[in-house]
Design a protein around this ligand. Structure first.
Ligand code: PGA
Length: 260
C-alpha cells in the first residue's frame, strides 16, 4: 500500500483574498521551477473562507495542481445558523478537504469530541475529505502518556463514519503548535501507529492502510525530512511556515532531502 504524501498549509486567520492570490501564484511557480511532481506529493492549501472563491478561480484558470479546502464547517447543512458555513458551500467551491477539530477550535470555540464528530459526519455527507486534527496538551501528555488522547479523539471523531470513507488524520500535539517546539519523528511515528490502529478499529483494516496520517506542529523545511522518513507519517499539516511560499514549497519538496 503506497499512500501519496499530503503537505497541507493551514493559513489560519491570515491573508485576505488579494494576498491569497499572490501567495498561491508564487507557490505554484516555485513548485514548478523546482520540478515538483504532483503524482509523488499532494499539496493543499486551507485559506480563510473569504479567500476560497479567489483561490478556486486562480487554480482553475491556471490549471495549478494544488488542492484546497476550508478550515472548518458547520455540523448543519443549511438554515438559521448565523455566521456558519455549510459543507455544501465548500463542496460547491471545489474544495476537496476540510479541516475539522483543530486545537484552536477545540480550545477557543469549545468544540467537544461530539461536535467534532458531527462536523466529520457533515463533511462526509457533502463529499469532503475531513482532515481530522487530534493531539494532546502538555498536561494531558504528563497525565495520560503519548498516544492516549490522540487515539481517543480519533475514535470519537470517526464514530458513525462508514467503512470505505476517505479521511485524513493530523496528529498535532498542542504544545508544538506555533511554539517552535517539535515532537520527535520517533514520537510522531509511535502516535501514527496508534492512530492507524484506531482507524482500523472504527473503520476497517483497509481504511487504516489507506488513511494518511499527518504530523503537525512547527514543521519547517529543515525538519520535514526526519518525519517523512517514518513509515506511519504520511505528510504534514503546516501553519506558520505555509504563509511563506518559498518555505512551504521547500517542505513540499521533502523527497529531495529525505534520501535513501
Ligand atoms: P504551526 O501550526 O505549523 O504554526 O505550528 C500547525 C497547525 O496549527 O496546523
Amino acid at each position: 500500500m503506497t499512500r501519496r504524501p499530503l503537505i497541507a498549509g493551514n493559513w489560519k486567520m491570515n491573508l485576505d483574498h488579494l494576498q491569497s492570490i499572490a501567495l498561491v501564484q508564487k507557490l505554484a511557480w516555485t513548485l514548478k521551477d523546482a520540478s515538483y511532481d504532483p503524482k509523488g506529493v499532494e499539496v493543499a492549501v486551507f485559506p480563510p473562507f473569504t479567500d476560497l472563491r479567489s483561490v478556486q478561480t486562480l487554480i482553475d484558470a491556471d490549471r495549478f495542481t494544488l488542492a484546497f479546502g476550508g478550515q472548518d464547517l458547520s455540523p448543519k447543512d443549511a438554515g438559521a445558523y448565523t455566521g456558519d458555513i455549510s459543507g455544501a458551500f465548500l463542496k460547491a467551491l471545489g474544495c476537496t478537504y476540510v479541516i475539522v477539530g483543530h486545537s484552536e477550535r477545540r480550545q477557543g470555540h469549545g468544540e467537544t469530541d461530539e461536535i467534532v464528530n458531527a462536523k466529520v459526519l457533515a463533511a462526509v455527507r457533502h463529499g469532503l475529505v475531513p482532515v481530522i486534527c487530534v493531539g494532546e496538551t502538555e498536561e494531558e501528555l504528563e497525565l495520560h502518556g503519548t498516544s492516549a488522547v490522540p487515539v481517543a479523539q480519533t475514535k470519537a471523531a470517526l464514530a458513525g463514519v462508514p467503512a470505505g470513507t476517505p479521511v485524513v488524520v493530523a496528529y498535532e500535539p498542542v504544545w508544538a503548535i506555533g511554539t517552535g517546539k517539535v515532537a520527535t519523528p520517533e514520537t510522531a511515528q509511535q502516535v501514527g501507529v496508534a492512530i492507524r490502529a484506531a482507524v482500523a478499529a472504527v473503520l476497517s483494516d483497509d481504511d487504516a492502510a489507506e488513511t494518511r496520517i499527518l504530523y503537525g506542529g512547527s514543521v519547517k523545511s529543515g525538519n520535514i525530512a526526519g518525519f517523512m522518513r517514518k513509515p506511519d507519517v504520511d505528510g504534514a499539516l503546516v501553519g506558520g511556515a505555509s504563509l511563506d511560499p518559498t518555505e512551504f514549497a521547500g517542505i513540499a519538496r521533502f523527497p529531495d532531502h529525505v534520501g535513501a
